[in-house]
Design a protein around this ligand. Structure first.
Ligand code: HEM
Length: 413
């Protein structure tokens, strides 16, 4: 297989269970041009340098286009306005400075340590309830039984979405997560479904924000929707909706994959599972190693704003650039014995949460959820073993994780 077709191999579902040998081949050329004109960046040093390079833009999303309806008023007036508004108010993950920094500042003001730590008890109670529901069974389907329902419940709690609306949120989050995959970005039908889903969730959010303004509560959406204080500009409604949708999507499937990848890795390394069970204090370092070894986000795309010379290659202006985080995490130039799962690893500077300007705002929350879930699973599942190895995987190559993880158990403690 030629070097300029390697990224197509990464996207091929047949390689989803183990893309790491392809990453190793890609790393022979730290920045490699693919047949479709995209540049894949695969070494730790090159990814790190580009994460901090202002010549790379995150505004790489194709423009919003709504499908024709046959109604002239909708097709010629309403939808073009909606498209213009959507393009001008993209969520902050698809924005560059200065707009990115302003929007991120609003979110960081509300994503306080107190608010995140305040979710500790709720996450613990949710995990226990979900595990308790498995009592009497001899198998657990980890994704359906725990990894999937937990993060959506936590985000709804954080944002202040009523519990009754959670199932609806669940469906929206799943649909929008697929929109991030490279194949979905190129496919017109997939983009049409994304726009329709976004319109539905935006209409819901508009109503909820109005409600929060009338009856503010102690949740993040109420905080973001609060009228401006002197000297501060309040976030406009369209940006507020885009931000709320981003928090839902960015915090959902990623956390599902962290919990599932974490448990899969522990079941493949039973000695580490026993050590975690005996000493839950090991959890933080273990989770950092899962984020390096089996990260939930394998890559993100950018666009070159100008020509960039890096590692012997010139990326031309306008070219799509793929930052292959999961490959940087396995780079032998940066990590000793990178294909070994070693929670005792010192100096674990992985790209599990990205890096630079767009470093994940939800990292502290994701860490809490994964810690509580993995420690409780190890403590309460009696003699867990994997049913299928490798498990079946979801279609996504970027947000990568098992579609389900069957675990045989001898009971619930
Ligand atoms: C294990 C779980 C998670 C993982 C692996 C993860 C991973 C990432 C990564 C790799 C990025 C960088 C994207 C880029 O460079 O383009 C990112 C950004 C982001 N994440 Fe997370 N994330 C997780 C959980 C969460 C949660 C729980 C939330 C919020 C509830 C969240 C909200 C965000 C937001 C808003 C951004 C965009 C930040 C910006 O553009 O400045 N994430 N995340």
């Amino acid at each position: 297989m030629s070097e300029d077709a390697l990224f197509a191999e990464v996207l091929d579902p047949a390689n989803r269970a183990d893309p790491y040998p392809i990453y190793a081949r890609l790393r022979r050329m730290p920045v490699s041009r693919q047949r479709d004109g995209a540049y894949v960046v695969s070494t730790h040093a090159a990814i790190r340098s580009l994460l901090f390079d202002p010549r790379l833009s995150s505004e790489d999303l194709p423009p919003s286009r709504r499908p024709r309806t046959g109604n002239p008023l909708t097709d010629w007036i309403l939808n073009p306005i909606k498209n213009r508004v959507a393009n001008a108010h993209r969520p902050l993950i698809f924005r560059d400075p200065p707009a990115h920094d302003t929007l991120r500042g609003f979110v960081m003001n509300e994503f306080t340590i107190t608010r995140v730590n305040g979710l500790h008890g709720r996450v613990g109670a949710l995990v226990d309830t979900l595990i308790e529901r498995c009592r009497g069974r001899d198998t657990v389907c980890l994704v359906d039984d725990l990894s999937y329902p937990l993060p959506v419940a936590v985000i709804c709690e954080l944002l202040g979405v009523p519990e009754a609306d959670e199932p609806q949120f669940h469906a929206w989050a799943t649909q929008l997560a697929t929109a991030l995959e490279p194949d979905a970005r190129r496919d017109d039908e997939a983009r049409r479904v994304t726009v329709t889903t976004f319109d539905a969730i935006a209409a819901y959010m508009r109503r909820l924000i109005r409600e929060k303004r009338r009856h503010p509560a102690d949740d993040m959406l109420s905080g973001l929707a609060r009228p401006s204080r002197a000297g501060a500009t309040a976030m406009g409604d369209v940006d507020l909706i885009a931000t709320a949708v981003l928090l839902l999507v960015a915090g959902h499937e990623t956390t599902v994959n962290l919990i599932t990848n974490g448990m899969l890795t522990l079941l493949r390394h039973p000695h580490e599972l026993d050590r975690l069970k005996a000493d839950p204090e090991r959890a933080p370092r273990l989770i950092e190693e899962v984020l390096r070894y089996e990260p939930p986000v394998h890559f993100r795309t950018r666009k070159a704003l100008g020509a960039i010379d890096i590692a012997g290659t010139t990326i031309p202006k306008g070219a799509p650039v793929i930052l292959l985080f999961a490959s940087g995490n396995r780079d032998p130039e940066r990590f000793a014995d990178p294909d070994r799962f070693d929670p005792d690893r010192a100096d674990n500077q992985h790209f599990g949460f990205g890096g630079g300007l767009h470093y994940c705002v939800g990292a502290p929350l994701a860490r809490i959820e994964a810690e509580i879930a993995l420690v409780t699973l190890c403590r309460r599942l009696v003699r867990p073993t994997l049913l299928d190895d490798p498990p079946p995987y979801r279609a996504g190559a970027s947000l990568r994780g098992p579609s389900n993880l069957g675990i045989r158990i001898a009971g619930i403690a």
